[in-house]
Design a protein around this ligand. Structure first.
Ligand code: SAM
Length: 369
């Protein structure tokens, strides 16, 4: 690997020294390595980057999430102060739009202590610029509760956390690992030695066929458990928005994207975005174990429609020229259209257990769509 990039060299060195690494370790290094990891080294958003997220499509997305936060703040008793926390804020666009919407309820805006959780120094700098006129504090993991309730948002964050994969092979489950490809210059999948602890899904495991893959993200389970426990004790709510499936299932969802196109997940560690679909059933289980009430998941299209995206689009169109009107219409279709992000993306909320209603979840708590 003479000409390999730093991340590929580091992975190759690790594998040569210790043997194949788990898919989770591969993802962790490819995405987070401080020397050339995917997020550490770049701003990947937009047409010139690798992908576009909902807040980058339209201001309506962040504004509606802000309105949801303000509504939730009232439902939890209008605490002052409270922590408004965003995980993985990207370019800071969602938070800028949300804070603008929060101004409609000045007491809520005044009570909010904005906390951003970001590990990428490049994106931290972009966020600081976007939020230059706001009082905000940055962390690289969930900050201490300090006894105050929290409203937490995370858009396309859970999908960036590492997953482990398990393959059924000759009737037994083995961990899927990554090795150096002896035939070439890169990496290949292999099976780990030993008997791994598989996810707790007895029926799915038993019904699986040889070659089937099961996934589990210990990082998601642990983070959601911590957030749920915090909300159960100090109060508040959390909103997770991501692509994924409502129920656990077998299947390989590891994917890589570079310049808006799918690429082989092992081909360019550090240069391609690596993600996996979120297993919302596991998220619900982790949240329930942490003591929080769960809402959803429901489709992004239903959620945004219930909290007023069509009405917001109508307001914006009233002051728009023809070109802007067509942009608003296109953004609306992209965000809520069933063939676009409307059904692929799901929303799951957690709240303190006593909460009886939460905006956007018309079916109530503990009900998945
Ligand atoms: C796909 S981007 C989503 C950005 C933003 N939420 C949006 O919707 O535009 C993932 C974000 O999570 C950050 N990130 C990834 N892994 C992280 C981790 N372990 N801890 C904190 N932030 C992380 C990335 O740097 C990036 O800001």
């Amino acid at each position: 690997m003479a000409k390999a990039k730093p991340v590929a060299r580091r992975l190759a060195g690790l594998i040569t020294r210790d043997g194949p690494v788990s898919v989770a370790r591969f993802m962790e290094i490819a995405l987070g390595d401080t020397d050339g990891g995917y997020y550490a080294a770049r701003d990947p958003f937009g047409a010139a980057g690798d992908f576009t997220t909902a807040p980058e499509i339209s201001q309506m997305f962040g504004e509606l999430i802000g309105a949801w936060c303000a509504d939730t703040w009232q439902r939890i008793g209008a605490p002052d102060p409270f922590a408004l926390i965003e995980f993985g804020p990207g370019r800071g666009t969602l938070m800028v739009d949300a804070l603008r919407a929060l101004k409609a309820l000045p007491a809520c805006r005044d009570a909010a202590h904005v906390r951003l959780i970001e590990t990428s120094t490049v994106l931290c700098a972009v966020q600081r610029k976007a939020l230059h006129d706001q009082d905000a504090t940055w962390y690289n993991s969930l900050p201490p509760a300090d006894g105050i309730p929290a409203i937490i948002i995370a858009n396309e964050f859970l999908d960036a956390l590492p997953i482990r994969q398990f393959v059924k092979s000759e009737g037994a489950w083995r961990e899927r690992c990554v090795d150096i490809d002896p035939q070439g210059d890169g990496f290949r999948f292999t099976l780990g030695t030993g008997v791994p602890q598989t996810p707790h899904a007895p029926e799915l495991l038993a019904a699986a066929f040889d070659g089937d893959i099961m996934e589990e993200s210990p990082a998601i389970v642990s983070l959601v458990g911590d957030i749920a426990a915090r909300i159960a004790v100090t109060g508040g709510a959390a909103l997770f928005i991501d692509y994924g499936h409502a129920r656990s299932a077998v299947g390989d969802t590891l994917q890589a994207v570079q310049r808006h196109k799918p690429v082989n997940p092992l081909d360019s560690p550090g240069a391609a975005d690596l993600t996996a679909h979120v297993d919302f059933q596991r998220v619900r289980e982790a949240a329930a174990a942490g003591g929080a009430r769960c809402w959803g998941p429901i489709d992004q299209g239903s959620f945004l429609t219930q909290i007023g995206i069509r009405e917001r689009a109508t307001q914006l169109r009233a002051a728009a020229d023809t070109h802007q009107t067509s942009d608003i219409n296109a953004a609306l279709t992209r965000l809520i259209g069933p063939a676009e992000m409307g059904t692929l993306f799901k929303i799951l909320a957690l709240s303190e257990p006593r909460l009886e209603q939460l905006a956007g979840f018309e079916y109530g708590a503990d009900h998945d769509a």
